[in-house]
Design a protein around this ligand. Sequence first.
Ligand code: GDP
Length: 531
Amino acid sequence: MSKSIQSEVQKRRTFAIISHPDAGKTTLTEKLLLYGGAIREAGSVKSRKSQRHAVSDWMEIEKQRGISVTSSVLQFNYKSHCINILDTPGHQDFSEDTYRTLMAADSAVMVVDSSKGVEDQTKKLFKVCKMRGIPIFTFINKLDREGRDPYELLEDIENNLGIRSYPMNWPIGSGKHFKGVYNRRSNQVELFDDGNHGQSKSTTLTGDLSDEKFSTLLGLGLHEKLQEDLELLDHAGDPYDHAKILSGELTPVFFGSALTNFGVEPFLNAFINMTPPPSPRSSNLGPVDPNSENFTGFIFKIQANMNPTHRDRIAFLRICSGKFEKGMQVTHVQENKKIRLAQPQQFMAQDRVVVEEAYPGDIIGIHDPGIFKIGDTLCADNSGTAYHDIPIFAPEHFAKVYTKNALKRKQFIKGITQLSEEGSIQVFRRPNIGVEELIIGVVGVLQFEVLEYRLKNEYGVDVIIETLPYRYVRWVKSDLNQNDKISMTMDTMLVEDASENPVLIFQNEWSIRQIEERNKFMKLEEISIRS
Ligand code: GDP
């Protein structure tokens, strides 16, 4: 076992930040980058994001930039650690990629708006983290504003997400009267300075909370309330349990304000110490130790170049074990072919750079002339190691898609196949209906526009997209032999996915329950494993 691989693995922290739009993910990411010295000015991540509004703008930007760097991964060094932040696109560009990115993360930071609590998109992304059993850290944001009661927020997290929580700090006052937080681990008060705008570290005051200096500082009312709150948390709250944090059963909760920079640095320091470095990942040959000499990794995202003069694609590879070196030869396991990784790229904060070497936890971008599929494994030796755990996530929007010109059918199918391999759309067919009809499922509705744009620009095919009222999909996991007739509801459709697995698509949750009720022999699953 190489010492250098081992020490590089220990340094790595690879995580995703999940949230509902507007909770403050961009602001927090930016503040983390500032601490790492990766950007000099707050606002640079933001300005890129705000440009990405209308679809047409987005296309234009993609064209100019080649690929969207900020929507992928950011690497920077902080203290002695090498940090990889995986972006999970939200807003209009929410897509299956957003979910899949979580498969490449070793932990997640969940940003919650203190005035809103757990919101829809957070719930969806959380589910994936929970399924993987990765540690989830919560940052309750916007404490500088009037928000919901902190107990209520914890209850919301526990009830809505089914995870226990351990507040790492506790807010003192709120809104206009927000004074700061009490850090339960270091037993100190961290004071909020409103006029400071996060320009410098916050003042801290350490000592026994019963000391008079605290009541002088906070005022008698807030001091007494804080003492009561802390007592209550100690007695009635969950105890700190590191093993439960690592298995994703307990989320450490940090209260702060990303915009004013309050609580960001203590959060980052605690997070870096608590979140694990890359750990063994399961494969067809059993768990693969990241410290192993054998380089392995899997592709979790494929991004097409929107510039028509550069039709290539970038495949994003998460390194799971061994050392990557530029120009190395690897086996593309699923195709059983040798390939050379000549000009791989890494994503350093704002720029793409050619990477000379990389380690487990890192993400590299590989030029893809059209040979990769989501979930493919690359491996240095001939062991045939393959990672099988990238699932297919449930689309939430469906449409029938036709080509306007029947003579272009071949290009149409080629385009559809390629886009489905990139993982931006899922293709379904209705079995036994005579005519071939394609039903396309997507996670984010923007993907239909991307589909239309790309089929026209890259394949010269004009399409008609006829949206369908379906919103839910379940993979049927039982042997459906000829005699097993599924008792359906009127508004449900039976289709097949690209691998010819039976799938039901529904218009509402009520129908899902009805069909489960009526067809006890069937097991329905929300996520499918790639075959
Ligand atoms: P995202 O959509 O989750 O990436 O959210 P952004 O980082 O873009 O933030 C959404 C809005 O909330 C922006 O107007 C931010 O300036 C604001 N915001 C973010 N963090 C805070 C905070 O700590 N306090 C306050 N008052 N506003 C914040």
